[in-house]
Design a protein around this ligand. Structure first.
Ligand code: FAD
Length: 460
């Protein structure tokens, strides 16, 4: 625990009401979706950038770990105070400050829920494409800090493509502004992109300028069933050859389908003989979408699709997406706990990734349902474990190592979306060379010489 004097100084900055030291708060704010938490010594809820600056300066002076927290939906423990200290919850910085229709941008505070930004900009005919499946719980600051992806990344790219500028507080308490309201900006080093994906280890993001695009007027969603994952991936290859770039392209394997069918009690979701399903969406102007939908159907038929559905209206569209949205919670039908990995390989090597997973299933006698963003080769590999089954958990950890090594051998990466946090820190050196890690450490040192900001993350 930090001293009473330290907690009093926090109270002086934000007001007593916004400092929490009760056990429940310390534990709740010390956990994220990884579910391997560690209690904070104190939780502080600042009102604005000026207060954050003073909190950072205090933590720097007293060498107290300071851990920024957004929505707490991270899967690698990024917001977990593994070395105790202060959790800085940004929940009071939750306003959309500006939607600039002429310059196609929005200025937002870090803890606006991502889905709320989408809803607000769509009301004026604009579009913020990044759409992590957690978009109703995670916040834009967390998305920027993790460089979140989602189903639309194949066509539209990930969060980093939409961050024009930032305001951020350094661990010293100094406030920096990077980038700005212009799309072209090459003055000095690109600190904006350095902070995107920095997992709360370099600076605390307090304001974000987001690039927007016009909202596509028409969206058509389709679903195709296949007798194997390879058939489904062949359909993706056909699509790329036909020069169709779907707005979303999601693959769901047979194990996942079975879990959703059980969870929702809808047997037709996992018909016999379906080992893989593709969810596809095309968007744009009506004529183009109509033409692309025909090409999508042909690409799937040529690859051996056993069934093809096309949503006739928004209700049917939502119904097709329901399977995808219910996937994560439905996997609990298999076991209550999963090691959720988000490996990514060049899309042409996705079939090899599935072969690797099949070998791991057999070798380690594990259930490993997979789904993911097949258009960009980013597959969620869920190693299912039973809490308390120590032997299974040991096998699952060994399987992780084999998965990561195999992914790197396929020219891929151990994380396409969820970042490193503390959960994947032991594997960093598997993917990056010594000099690369050393260069990253020097960047960390330049921003945070006393190592107070989110210690224990990315690097071991
Ligand atoms: C059901 C579910 C589905 C998911 N689907 C996806 C998906 O499709 N795509 C995807 O990419 N991820 C997905 N995720 C993972 C997670 O939602 C993302 O990593 C998300 O970006 C985390 O946002 P958050 O607001 O919850 O951040 P948190 O978990 O609170 O924090 C994440 C990291 O960001 C740092 N951070 C937070 N706010 C700030 C800030 N203002 N300044 C500096 N650092 C900060 C924290 O210190 C931490 O290191 C999913 C998670 C769940 C539970």
């Amino acid at each position: 625990m930090r001293s009473n004097q330290f907690v009093d100084r926090l109270r002086d900055i934000v007001g007593a009401e916004y400092v929490r030291v009760d056990e429940e708060s310390r534990t709740t704010y010390g956990t994220d979706a990884l579910k391997r938490g560690h209690p904070a010594d104190a939780v502080v809820l600042p009102a604005d950038t000026a207060e954050i600056s003073r909190i950072a300066a205090l933590c720097n002076e007293t060498r107290t770990p300071l851990v920024p927290r957004g929505g707490g939906t991270g899967y690698t423990g990024g917001a977990v105070p593994v070395r105790g200290g202060v959790v800085l919850s940004l929940e009071r910085l939750n306003r959309i400050l500006e939607i600039d229709e002429l310059n196609l941008l929005a200025v937002v505070e870090p803890n606006v829920i991502t889905g709320d930004i989408q809803d607000a900009v769509e009301k004026v005919g604009l579009f913020y494409p990044p759409d992590p499946a957690s978009l109703r719980q995670s916040v834009i600051g967390g998305n920027v800090a993790e460089c979140a992806g989602g189903p639309r990344a194949f066509k539209y790219g990930v969060t980093k493509a939409y961050v024009l500028g930032l305001e951020a507080v350094l661990p010293s308490g100094e406030i920096i502004r990077t980038g700005g309201k212009v799309v072209k900006n090459v003055v000095g080093y690109d600190l904006t992109q350095l902070l995107v994906g920095s997992e709360g280890t370099l600076a605390i993001i307090t304001k974000i300028i987001l690039r927007l695009v016009p909202k596509p007027p028409v969206q058509v969603t389709m679903r195709a069933s296949f007798p194997s994952v390879r058939h489904a991936v062949n359909a993706v290859t056909n699509l790329i050859r036909a020069r169709v770039v779907p707005a979303a392209l999601e693959l769901i394997d047979g194990d996942c389908l079975e879990a959703v069918a059980q969870a929702l009690n809808v047997r037709s979701l996992a018909p016999a003989g379906t080992a893989a399903l593709l969810l596809l969406e095309v968007d744009g102007i009506a004529e183009q979408v109509a033409a692309e939908a025909v090409r999508v159907e042909k690409a799937c038929a040529d690859a051996g699709a056993t069934e093809f559905l096309r949503a006739k209206d928004d209700a049917e569209r939502q119904e097709l997406w329901r399977v995808r949205r219910e996937l994560s919670p439905s996997l609990r039908m298999i076991t209550p706990l999963k090691f959720n990995h988000d490996v990514v390989v060049p899309k042409g090597r996705v079939p090899e990734l599935f072969e690797l997973v099949d070998r791991i299933k057999t070798q380690f006698k594990l259930r490993i349902p997979c789904f993911g963003h097949v258009g960009d080769g980013n597959i969620h590999v869920n190693i299912m474990v039973t809490p308390g089954d120590e032997d299974e958990i040991r096998r699952a950890h060994e399987a992780e190592g084999v998965l990561f090594r195999g992914t790197i051998a396929l020219e891929g990466s151990i994380s396409g979306e969820h970042g490193i946090g503390f959960a994947k820190a032991p594997y960093l050196a598997m993917e990056l060379t010594g000099p690369t890690i050393e260069t990253m450490r020097r960047v960390k040192q330049a921003f945070d010489p006393n190592g107070i900001l989110n210690p224990g993350k990315i690097f071991q």
